[in-house]
Design a protein around this ligand. Structure first.
Ligand code: FCB
Length: 525
């Protein structure tokens, strides 16, 4: 049962893959920007806020964060609400995705003392829809002290925090995400151990924690469904992340390996939640099989009871995707020991060196179209929101042409998925509103449409060219604007254009022509 998306595009020549497509998104397309609490808020101990595991981690020497950076002040958004609202207004976004810091609301993680501030009202007054992530990795330290996500009582505690948020903000918040990127949370926090709580248990940890997260998500979904949906009429989901996986060759085992990579990243959480309450076959099979060969009594991948499956299935209203890059994938058979979530996948993955480099990933916009098609094929015609997409750069100038190129090409591929392939795409949120604390990279990798001066006590914000570009995209509802350098190829007597470099191209203006009826451009768009 291979997902045919790998086949659908496999014969597409590169020039065709990279053609610019003209067209618009639906009128109510939800254009937004994204951020998260620990990465921007600062005020780490203001007004009784309790510490999170990220506060403690960055305060511990040897944490491995670049320049020993912390989120103590970050963009100081806690004290600069107006500055943030001004940017959002200037950008003309229709939505703002941010996260709530659990230990700011409940300093010890429990429903005993409460503490809120005015962002949500500010957004609503400005007609910007809040898209709220309940958990973007900053677990209250007090809950880590009782075992964190290893402790099943976290399911109840997360539920009562979520319940409080629905009750308190749900009259104004109509879009909820329980978890941000549980795949990374589970792997980085409990597999490789690079992120707090720094558990290095690659063969078991991620699966164990993933299991609890899925149950916690389902629990919160049912709370919303039973207590709030009727009155509040919002949607609830979670943000899942994946690269696109492109098979290295079309031999079946490489195609299967590519599909498997998607099952281990997206499918791990999406298959139970969007399909049948259970893990993807590829995961059950591979982890089970390798566990057996490792002479273990049971699979390292836990299993759900039939009752749990029924409880977990269909617990999301929309599909929220975070995506930044692609990987080329080849089948391999890694050694059996030590057991690991990475070797369980039985594949090698890499980036093609011809893709434009960025500070963190290489850009491969075309993968986004394929990934969106794969999601449609796997999970059906569900509304999809891209809740994060963007590019980290090391020392971008205010004229950040590379970022414009990145968003333009990625948004164009999302447009192709919507218009040409019928993917039910409803929104796109750029990561990020402004430069911020980029986890282990500290402040060295910059994702912002806005530059933040981290040497200024006021953390002044300045629009980059990409911010103005994004406003144009939003206003026109199409990814056009700025002309980019292109290469040409003659196909059946016609000259077609492929964009391939993030540099501005003046010489082309004479060549600009209107898009043809097919929608594909002979110019740079
Ligand atoms: C994602 C995270 C987000 C941000 C971007 C660059 O994995 O969800 O917080 O760091 O990467």
């Amino acid at each position: 049962p291979l997902n045919w998306e790998h086949g659908k595009f496999s014969n597409q020549p590169k020039f065709e893959r990279d053609l610019f497509y003209h067209g618009t998104f639906r009128d109510d397309f939800l254009w937004g920007v994204s951020s998260s609490a620990y990465q921007i808020e600062g005020a780490w101990n203001a007004d009784g806020k309790g510490p999170s595991i990220w506060d403690n981690f960055t305060h511990t020497p040897g944490s491995n964060v670049k320049d020993n950076a912390t989120g103590d002040v970050a963009c100081d958004s806690y004290n600069h609400l107006d500055a943030d609202l001004n940017m959002l207004q200037a950008l003309k976004v229709k939505a703002y995705r941010f996260s709530i810091s659990w230990s700011r609301i409940f300093p010890t993680g429990r429903n005993t003392s409460v503490n809120t501030h005015g962002l949500i009202n500010g957004l609503v007054e400005n007609n910007i829809s809040p898209m709220v992530t309940l958990f973007h990795w900053d677990l209250p330290q007090a809950l880590q002290d009782i075992g964190g996500w290893e402790n099943p009582s976290l399911i109840d505690l997360f539920n009562s925090y979520a319940d409080f948020c629905f009750q308190t903000f749900g009259d104004r918040v109509k879009f909820w995400m329980t978890f941000n990127e549980p795949t990374y949370q589970a792997w980085l926090g409990y597999g490789s151990g690079e992120f707090p709580p720094n558990v290095n248990d690659p063969g078991w940890g991620p699966y164990r924690i993933g299991h609890t997260i899925i149950k916690a998500h389902a629990r919160v979904y049912h709370t919303y469904d039973e207590k709030y949906r009727q009155e509040q009429k919002g949607v609830i989901s979670l943000s899942l992340n994946s690269h696109w996986a492109e098979p290295q060759s079309l031999v079946p085992r490489d195609v299967e390996a590519a599909d498997r990579m998607l099952q281990f990243s997206l499918g791990w959480f999406a298959h139970p939640i969007f399909r049948n309450g259970d893990y993807p076959d590829a995961m059950k099979w591979k982890v089970g099989n390798r566990s057996e060969l490792q002479h273990l009594a049971t699979s390292r991948l836990p299993s759900f009871t039939e009752e749990e499956k029924r409880y977990i299935a269909a617990t999301a209203d929309v599909f929220c995707l975070n995506t930044y890059s692609s990987r080329i994938v080849q089948h391999t058979t890694p050694r059996l020991n030590p057991p690991s979530y990475t070797s369980d996948q039985e594949l090698l993955e890499w980036e093609d060196t011809s893709w434009p480099a960025t500070a963190m990933n290489r850009a491969a916009a075309w993968g986004t179209r394929r990934l969106l098609n794969w999601i449609k094929e796997e999970y059906g015609d569900i509304p999809v929101y891209i809740t994060e997409n963007g590019v980290g750069l090391t020392d971008p100038e205010l004229e950040d042409t590379d970022r414009i190129f990145y968003h333009k090409t990625y948004i164009n591929e999302a447009l192709k998925a919507y218009r040409l392939d019928g993917v039910n795409l409803r929104g796109y949120a750029a990561w990020s509103l402004m430069d911020n604390f980029e986890w282990l990279n500290g402040y060295t990798v910059k994702f912002g449409l806005y530059h933040v001066d981290f040497n200024d006590v006021n953390r002044s914000r300045t629009a980059r060219a990409s911010a103005r570009y994004y406003t144009e995209v939003i206003t026109d509802n199409v990814p056009q604007g700025l002309h980019l350098e292109c290469s040409y190829r003659r196909i059946s007597g016609e000259e077609l254009t492929i964009y391939n470099k993030p540099t501005t191209c003046q010489a082309l203006s004479g060549l600009q022509r209107a898009g043809r009826s097919s929608g594909f451009s002979q110019t740079c768009g």
